[in-house]
Design a binder for this molecule. Structure first.
Ligand code: LCS
Length: 415
């Protein structure tokens, strides 16, 4: 299908990145090969010199991988994508491509734990400084600028607090300071948010999550806006080697065909689960961008096409203790543990964005490496529980949470 016939996102999910393949294959074949034969020595030399287009070696480019890259670039309204071995490989590719010693980064406090650690420890070791600020507060974003600020890096909604940052406003601040805005769009997917259309320069994803959607792949992608940037990033990825492989690319590309349908169901289910939790007596606080009680409800409505499948909440319970002995100040961690141990349908596991509902505890799991101080600064309380709402029948999800919360209620006097 020609691009100009693909006006709607649903159609793009099905057809983007599909092209002309050998034998008339309708979907991209899995080119499970590490290397490609040259027609002659002259041809090989011309490919390496960039005088002819073609495939050389799968770390440099592979047709199955390229089909996926083209698909996501189209969904994100970008120029080209670069498939990476994981979401973290994508984050690293961005930093390694754009930063050097002496540069400064402004980053959201609420980001996936290892992104915080990558900037705060590893990039720091190479002479890059980072200011972690609450990017949902534009004053903090404006005040963080330094003469050497090179990039603004945001996750919106942030993992796991679901705080929302204003992409257009931060793009303006970044561009006024000759900096670039990078958005991790993992929690939304291009079905629900288009950062490049809102002014961002680079978008990245953990493909492991909603884009693949089936909890069976680790992958990542960076989408850039122009050829110059693409060349810089391709060189970094080629030389650092964190590329996605053909089979995983095939699986993610297959997952994307149902992205639009899945995201619709994730959103429909999540708002019902969030409303159920908000009314439940064992629950202290619920964070979901689709709830009017969310501090950036209006902004979410403005820049997102839906509220997504991620919910976080705190249980009633007051002072309690974590397994590592540190005190929990907000919400009851023991209550949370009891809840996580009592669910039957919801799976107690990290990751997110798959068809199945997952439950986990950020302070002891996904955001453990950040340390308590950084978590507190990011608003990640020790009692926070995160749900990735799947596409099951919502009555079953709510029923499972209800029976587990009942156990929490019954045990309430113990805490
Ligand atoms: N960005 C975000 C927003 C993420 O949530 C994750 C992973 C990554 C990047 C890194 O992606 P990966 O390398 O795992 O493909 N988030 C996870 C989480 O919240 N639970 O487990 C993994």
């Amino acid at each position: 299908m020609k691009n100009n016939q693909m006006t709607d996102f649903e159609t793009k999910c099905v057809h983007s990145g599909m092209g002309e393949f050998e034998y008339g294959a309708v979907v991209p074949p899995i080119y499970q090969t590490s290397t490609f034969k040259f027609e002659s020595a002259k041809h090989g030399a011309a490919l390496f010199a960039g005088e002819e287009k073609g495939y050389i070696y799968t770390r440099m480019l592979n047709p199955t991988v390229e089909a996926l890259e083209n698909s996501i670039a189209e969904l994100e309204s970008g120029y080209k994508g670069l498939g990476c071995a994981s979401g973290m490989a994508a984050v690293h590719t961005v930093f390694a491509s754009l930063l050097q010693a002496g540069d400064h980064v402004v980053c959201s406090t609420a980001v996936y734990g290892p992104t915080n650690t990558l900037l705060g420890t590893i990039m720091k070791k190479f002479g890059v400084e980072t200011s972690f600020v609450d990017t949902s507060n534009l004053e903090e974003v404006r005040n963080a600028v330094r003469p050497n600020t090179k990039i603004y890096y945001i996750e919106t909604p942030g993992n796991p607090t679901l705080s929302i940052s204003d992409i257009s406003a931060i793009a303006e601040i970044a561009h006024a300071n000759n900096s670039l805005l990078i958005v991790d769009n993992t929690f939304m997917s291009p079905a629900l948010q288009k950062p490049i259309e809102l002014g961002a320069d680079i978008v990245l994803h953990s493909l492991t999550k909603f884009l693949n959607g089936h909890a069976d792949v680790i992958g990542g992608i960076v989408v850039v806006k122009d050829e110059a940037m693409y060349k810089v990033f391709r060189k970094t990825l080629n030389q650092t080697g964190g590329v996605i492989d053909p089979f995983n690319s095939f699986l993610v590309h297959r997952g994307i065909k149902t992205l639009s349908l899945r995201m619709q169901r994730h959103c429909e289910n999540a708002i019902k689960v969030a409303e159920f939790l908000e009314k439940h007596p064992a629950v202290n606080k619920v964070f979901y961008p689709g709830l009017k009680s969310h501090p950036q409800y209006e902004l979410a409505k403005k820049q997102q096409l839906g509220s997504g499948g991620m919910i976080t909440f705190e249980l009633e319970g007051g002072e309690s203790t974590l397994p590592n002995g540190s005190p929990s100040t907000v919400g009851g961690f023991e209550a949370g543990q009891l809840l996580m141990n009592s669910v039957k349908l919801c799976q107690l596991a990290v990751s997110l964005g798959g068809v199945e509902t997952l439950i986990q505890h950020p302070a002891s799991m996904t955001h453990y490496t950040m340390g308590r101080q950084a978590r507190e600064a990011a608003g990640i309380s020790e009692g926070l529980i995160r749900l990735s709402v799947g596409i099951e029948n919502v009555k079953d999800i709510i029923g499972d949470l209800e029976q587990a919360l009942e156990k929490v209620n019954q045990a309430a006097n113990v805490f």
